[in-house]
Design a protein around this ligand. Structure first.
Ligand code: ADP
Ligand code: MG
Length: 723
């Protein structure tokens, strides 16, 4: 460990204010004369880690007190090698600022309120280095105790700009994180006042010297776990790869299908036959497998994609024969995830030697309707604009099938399994620039190349939706046995999303739901200026700029549907998702009354409008068009109670009429994103929901079955500036 005064010297050189102080050895306290009282005495030595706990720090001393207090400390058993005597900084708000090395993402900045806030409330914020100034402000603002920074009940706030500058000095571009051999670094506390900051304690443990858990255990296990390291004997590849043929190969080969006992290879062979892509089997003896012509070795297959489904021990040998083939997918498991990293390294070495890119191992492969690539049964779905990168093949299969059922159309889906060679970050980079792709979903259990992932996400011009498995301790154990990955602190993923603008979701359902929103509304401009209707009544937003995280207007969403508890719950759901329901403009109230609204209830947002088998199907459309003319809500969320149509009516037609009217509203409002929630859809006869979905999908309206799912999607849409 580096002594406190040395760590403070590092800070001073970096421009961070630290107290004036002197180091005293051999009990010669003469230099103390130059310091201004009150003084602080701190003992240092290899055995003293937490000075307060060791009785090795005393505040509020006069110059004369210092030698006496030092003698007392020694007498009480403090194992001091020497003393640091420094000026006592005036009181203020104590903050903790630290750096740790996350196993997946590398250097991470931590900021929090010191003392009880950090210790008992774990009130800290994380940011992947380098952070931007906006990130620094967002981190501070996200602290539950942040009001003490900004001023509270007559108490003045602190110099927040100075705190931001400190965070940038530590974690910003060119900051300390780049220069330190980082095991762990911590300023605890830095005292912030109205006139600046002073770092009054600093600890620095270079890599390899890390203690256990950090002083406050804020991030769990730090250090020691470097990011995934490349095996030393594997030469680096030449970048970047064009993944076009991965998704749209001219022809594919399947290695491992059997002529006698059908296995996974045979299953894939059947999927490929059904997809109609030119196909060859690789088999040591047979001339054909399952009606597909066979060759004895990959070396003789004229394809640009090979799927390998042979036992793990034989995969490397097969890959060596793939020389000249751009891509090899190893479906087989039994590598790193099964505790056999050496087998995985051998496989990667074989791929590098053959000059081929390796997908997997332990992965299902690629799905791309346009390229007749598939790993799922039931035929190819429609070609579309949504891409998916998944560390789990099973989950990818579910997202494809369920997503297509719900109207998603995929551009490209790729599963990476253990991602031993081709990584999610690399694929994300390529997909971001792919002209067929407008939104990307990611399912990960492990950042793999976390730094590259951070950079790829930050650079992605398309919206990205991130679902991370293993963010809980229980989930981490499950993920470790699934892909063998080291999972990072769950909160780092939120920091990653906040810093890059990606949407972090917590369920497969929301992954599909948010992607559906981007598919439907991605191309829609919600710019009020492009509204066909008249000018907005609203004047300029007085508090735009830095403080606003989302860039979303305060109008947020207009929620409109039948009255009752559902409206109240809708308001709650949107609140939880962080979407404001801005009030109705006064100027439209008269017009709404003219439509017969507001007789039995008040006119507010959520707006209660009769929607059912006996109400005018057009009412919602007319109300929405009137309101948006006065206030350009970027989102309109219409909800129906499907059950009411079949309790107070018998036919589906009124529901279809409502859907057609809503579609007409969307057509009339190109700058507004209309979303439909079909509550209680299970009460409709079979097929009715699909029909409703089809009617509104034609107008580009996404459909959700719950308000919660719609709220998550609308929030994501707002964050991604499709507004
Ligand atoms: P520890 O090793 O226990 O963390 P610190 O050096 O942080 O020891 O000192 C304990 C507390 O004393 C700090 O949290 C801070 O409140 C206060 N303190 C320490 N040094 C100073 C100083 N120079 N000026 C003002 N307060 C200080
Ligand atoms: Mg301290």
């Amino acid at each position: 460990m580096v002594a406190e005064h040395e760590a403070k010297e590092l800070l001073r050189e970096a421009g961070v204010p630290v107290p004036r102080g002197v180091v005293v050895r051999d009990m010669d306290f003469a230099p103390v004369a130059e310091l201004r009282e009150p003084l602080v005495l701190k003992a240092y030595g290899p055995e003293i880690v937490h000075k307060s706990e060791a009785g090795a720090v005393t505040l509020g001393l006069s110059r004369a007190d210092v030698p006496i207090e030092a003698t007392r400390m020694l007498a009480s058993g403090v194992a001091a090698e020497g003393f640091l005597v420094e000026e006592q900084a005036p009181g203020g708000v104590e903050l903790i600022v630290g750096l740790v090395r996350d196993p997946g993402f590398g250097p991470v900045l931590l900021a929090g309120l010191g003392g009880v806030w950090t210790e008992t409330l774990r009130d800290t914020a994380l940011g992947l280095c380098p952070i931007s100034e906006g990130d620094a402000r967002r981190m501070l603002g996200s602290l539950r105790g942040s009001p003490v920074l900004y001023g509270l009940r007559g108490r003045p706030g602190v110099d927040v700009d100075a705190v931001v500058k400190l965070l940038m000095t530590v974690g910003g571009p060119g900051g300390l994180w780049e220069r330190l051999e980082l095991g762990e670094f911590e300023i605890n506390p830095v005292i912030a006042t109205g006139s600046g900051v002073v770092a009054v304690d600093a600890r620095y443990l270079p890599v390899g010297h890390a203690s256990h858990g950090g002083q406050d255990g804020v991030l769990g296990e730090p250090a020691d776990l470097g990011p995934h390291s490349e095996p030393a004997n594997i030469p680096p590849r030449s970048e970047p790869t064009d993944f076009g043929p991965l998704f749209e190969p001219r022809a594919v080969a399947v290695v491992g299908a059997s002529t006698t006992r059908p296995n996974f290879g045979n299953m894939f062979l059947e999927f490929y036959k059904a997809a109609g892509i030119p196909l060859v089997a690789v088999h040591p003896e047979a001339r054909e497998v399952g009606g597909v012509p066979a060759v004895p070795s990959l070396a003789e297959a004229d394809v640009d994609y090979a799927l390998v489904a042979v036992p793990a021990e034989r995969c490397a040998q097969v890959v060596r024969e793939a020389s000249g083939l751009p891509y090899v997918q190893v479906m087989s498991g039994g590598f790193g995830e099964a505790g056999r990293p050496e087998l995985e390294q051998e496989l990667v070495a074989a791929a590098r030697a053959a000059g081929t890119r390796l997908l997997g191992p332990n992965c299902m492969g690629v799905y791309c309707p346009r390229g007749r690539q598939t790993f799922v049964g039931g035929g190819l779905g429609p070609a579309g604009t949504v891409a998916l990168i998944s560390q789990s093949g099973g989950l990818a299969g579910e997202v494809i099938k369920v997503g297509e059922r719900r109207g998603l159309a995929f551009s490209r889906v790729v599963t990476v399994g253990n991602a031993a060679d081709v990584t999610p970050a690399e694929l994300l980079r390529w997909l971001s620039a792919d002209s067929e792709t407008r939104a990307v979903g990611l399912y990960l259990e492990d950042p793999r190349d976390g730094r590259a992932l951070y950079e790829a996400l930050a650079a992605a011009p398309v919206p990205v939706v991130l679902l991370v498995g293993g963010r809980s301790a229980q989930g981490q154990r499950a993920a470790a046995s699934h892909t063998g990955g080291l999972v990072s602190d769950g909160r780092i993923w939120q920091a990653l999303a906040d810093q890059t603008g990606a949407t972090l979701v917590t369920s497969q359902d929301d992954l599909i739901g948010v992607l559906a929103f981007f598919q439907a509304h991605g191309a829609r401009s919600a710019d009020p200026a492009s509204q066909a209707a008249g000018p907005p009544s609203r004047t300029a937003d007085p508090d735009g700029g830095e403080g606003s995280q989302s860039g979303e207007s305060r109008d947020g969403a207009l929620v409109i549907g039948p009255s009752g508890g559902a409206s109240v719950l809708a308001a709650d759901a949107f609140d939880r998702a962080g979407v404001p329901l801005g009030p109705l403009p006064d100027s439209v109230l008269g017009e709404l009354r003219g439509l017969g609204l507001g007789a039995g209830s008040s006119l507010a947002n959520p707006l209660e409008v009769p929607v059912g088998p006996r109400s005018g199907p057009d009412l919602v459309r007319r109300a929405v068009e009137a309101i948006v003319r006065h206030r350009p809500y970027p989102d309109v969320v219409a909800h129906v109670n499907v059950q009411s149509f079949f309790t107070y009516g018998t036919r589906a037609e009124p529901l279809f009429e409502y859907a057609r009217a809503l579609a007409a509203a969307q057509d009339a409002l190109p700058g507004t994103r209309v979303t439909l929630v079909t509550r209680n859809g299970e009460c409709a006869p079979p097929g009715v929901e699909d029909e409703v979905r089809a009617i509104v999908a034609a107008a580009g309206i996404p459909v959700y079955r719950t308000m919660e799912a719609a709220a998550v999607a609308v929030a994501a849409g707002g964050r991604n500036g499709t507004a």
